[in-house]
Ligand binder design. Structure first.
Ligand code: CUK
Ligand code: CUA
Length: 666
């Protein structure tokens, strides 16, 4: 039985041998173990104190050298500002992509072009060098991850970044002109026409002042729809628009798909509009925002909103296109639905039919039916209006069901077998439950019922299943993104890592099995998405020598071997340099104090992994120049002296000799 169950998992006889031995040991018989390279496998297992469960988990996750992972997990790096790329099932960290924070290994923020991306993403002249990344979103085609782009938001400053998965580099950081606080992004519509960024904490439009006593009148909520130009690989500001919303704290969002395509669901809390002020006898924020039993899920007709934008029904606010709240109400593109209680996640099912909302302070998930929502809108089944005049749909008319899943439900993901998985923050567990419809009966389960739970360690926030936001999820693996690690790892001081836990969910007929712990020692990830690795068609080297990754085209300042030169024009010295194992050409550069220096370096290698670095002391430059790439730095030679520059990537046996002198004459 045991053997039969796992046999399809393991290629090698070794694994089977291990399990077989366990099986016999478990029966009480001490037998001679399998010998590998003079070692008794069974003895190793025994000495390490591994249980049969451990061994099974190990053979399900171990990747022999040279073998690749089946999935890639793109995880937010939390307040590190970066994105983590992790292989699944091995849970090996493959890359940290520099996004909102400079990253010297990639030269991210340490060349002139890459620093410009930071400057463009700044606020009012301040260049920001960190972000609080929450939700990564892979680009989609027909509701399926297509492996081309990744988007991620910065909650701390209301920004969105675009990463091109041809080279895994950030191309754009765009600042939301209306607000300083976002959360419900990045999410994409099924063909990535729009990248969604919902706001979070209510505030007057950026740069305006209003006292908290004028919260209801002057403070705003919003959701922004960024237009994505796939060819350019950029979000286009003047083709984008926002929708003004009441100053509730908008939270997570999820666009509809298939039947609900063209709609967006966005939940909210603090419909109490609490403004804190314990000092003045008000309830503190954490109590003030949780007084009501119900908050409002926002139901937005994006298709119609986009038409109104095209028809010129938006207003310019802070130079940005905004559909005002009045227009949204008048045109019937915004509805509210009551949702219990301090809700957090909102997740649309793969068929687009159901919307699952978790109430942080309610042990249920509430499931809404999209058809019923449409019908209620058509038949004007309203239970009233909110304080701003937004129609509130009747809860009973649109709800499908509620399921008690456990304490502190937050986020929900799906698999292809009709199961949904909800993270339980307070309970430190993942709950598996059945969707309604054909699925449940096919598997002989009660529809809309809790099936099983697995404990995780500890305080899980988001969870992610393979291809879990798709119209066709793979399920198979689930990763729990746990906030606390308490007793899971060797103590490394009072700041503990976060804990990712890999869970096997492949079969709905056996319990979920915890497979692996992965500590995250950089920031606190919020969300992640998991894509089949073979969907990503990344370049092995840049397409041509002299490639500019910022424009994804040939750089006019790239050089081939033999074209290197230094040109002086007045007080400007421009250098066109090449780099190849193990030599910079030219290897001596001399300028005069006060000269402006423009320095282009092209890696003229075509060999995979033949990256060269370029570190220039005192000037704070470090480049990573991958095969074919051209990078540029610009600066003024302020101080006379001699500056040895060198290659920071150990590229060859003569790597230490890959250096040169930059001489600044008095
Ligand atoms: S949030 Cu952090 S656990 Cu920003 Cu999606 Cu729920
Ligand atoms: Cu080039 Cu080291």
């Amino acid at each position: 039985m045991f053997k039969k169950h796992v046999s399809r998992w393991i290629l090698p006889l070794l694994g089977l041998g291990i399990l077989a031995l366990f099986y016999t040991c478990g029966k009480g018989g001490k037998q001679a173990g399998v010998q590998v390279g003079g070692e008794d496998v069974n003895k190793v297992i025994e000495e390490r104190g591994l249980t049969p469960n451990d061994v099974l988990a190990a053979v399900k996750t171990y990747l022999p050298t040279g073998k690749y992972d089946e999935y890639l997990l793109f995880s937010s790096g939390g307040h590190s500002g970066q994105v983590l790329v992790i292989g699944v099932p091995s849970m090996r960290l493959l890359k940290v992509i520099g996004v909102f924070t400079p990253e010297p290994w990639q030269g991210w923020g340490y060349s002139t072009d890459t620093w410009k991306v930071f400057e463009e993403g700044g606020i009012n002249g301040t260049t920001l060098t960190w972000g609080d990344t929450h939700h990564p979103a892979l680009s989609e085609t027909n509701g399926d991850y297509d492996g081309e782009y990744l988007f991620i938001n910065d909650k701390a400053n209301a920004r969105v970044a675009v990463i091109d998965l041809r080279d895994f580099e950030t191309k754009q950081i765009i600042k939301n002109p209306l607000t300083l606080s976002d959360h419900g992004g990045a999410m994409v519509t099924p063909n990535t026409e729009w990248v969604i960024e919902g706001g979070q904490y209510g505030m007057p439009w950026t740069g305006e002042y209003a006292p908290l006593s004028q919260y209801k009148e002057k403070y705003k909520g919003m959701i922004t729809f960024w237009k994505f130009d796939r060819k350019k690989g950029r979000l286009i500001k003047n083709e984008s628009f926002a929708m003004e919303l009441p100053p509730y704290w908008q939270d997570l969002s999820d666009p509809g798909k298939l039947v609900s395509d063209g709609w967006v669901f966005l939940n909210s809390f603090n419909t109490e509009m609490a403004t804190g002020g314990v000092e003045e006898g008000n309830p503190p924020f954490e109590a003030g925002v949780s007084q009501r039993d119900m908050d409002y899920m926002h139901v937005i007709n994006l298709k119609k909103a986009a038409q109104l934008f095209k028809q010129g029904k938006t207003k310019k606010i802070r130079g940005f296109n905004v559909l005002t709240l009045d227009t949204a109400i008048k045109e019937g593109i915004l509805y509210f639905i009551p949702e219990p209680k301090s809700p957090h996640g909102v997740d649309v099912s793969p068929d687009g039919r159901y919307i699952v909302v978790s109430g942080k302070l309610d042990p249920h998930v509430t499931i809404y039916n999209f058809d019923k929502i449409q019908q209620a809108i058509a038949e004007k089944k309203f239970s009233g209006k909110d304080e701003f005049g937004v129609p509130v749909l009747d809860f009973d008319a649109v709800v499908e069901t509620q399921i008690e899943v456990g304490l502190g439900p937050l986020h929900t993901q799906f698999d292809p077998n009709g199961f949904a998985y909800t993270s339980l923050f307070l309970e430190s567990a993942v709950a598996r439950w059945t969707m309604g419809g054909e699925w449940a009966s096919k598997h002989g389960k009660e529809p809309w019922s809790l099936v099983d739970k697995v404990s995780v360690h500890y305080n899980i926030g988001h969870l992610v299943t393979a291809e879990g936001d798709n119209v066709n999820p793979d399920g198979k693996y689930l990763v729990a993104l746990n906030k606390w690690a308490i007793d899971r790892y060797t103590n490394v001081g009072p700041l503990l890592p976060q804990n990712f836990q890999l869970v096997d969910i492949e079969s709905g007929d056996r319990p979920m099995q915890l497979l692996y712990d992965m500590p995250i020692g950089i920031g606190e990830p919020h969300y992640a998405q998991m894509i089949k690795a073979d969907k990503i068609k990344s370049w092995e080297v840049y397409p041509e020598i002299g490639w500019n990754p910022h424009t994804q085209s040939k750089d006019p300042d790239g050089v081939q071997a033999g074209q290197e030169k230094v040109v002086r024009r007045g007080r400007t010295v421009e250098i066109w340099m090449s780099a190849i194992r193990s030599h910079y050409t030219p290897e001596r550069v001399e300028v005069r104090k006060g000269d402006r220096v423009i320095w282009h370096i092209t890696n003229i290698e075509r060999a995979k992994d033949a990256t060269h670095g370029f570190a220039l002391p005192e000037y704070n430059f470090n480049l990573s120049i991958e095969p074919g790439e051209t990078q540029t730095i610009e600066f003024v030679a302020k101080r006379p002296g001699v500056y040895p520059f060198y290659c920071t990537e150990f590229c060859s046996a003569l790597h230490l000799e890959m250096m040169g002198y930059f001489l600044v004459k008095p």
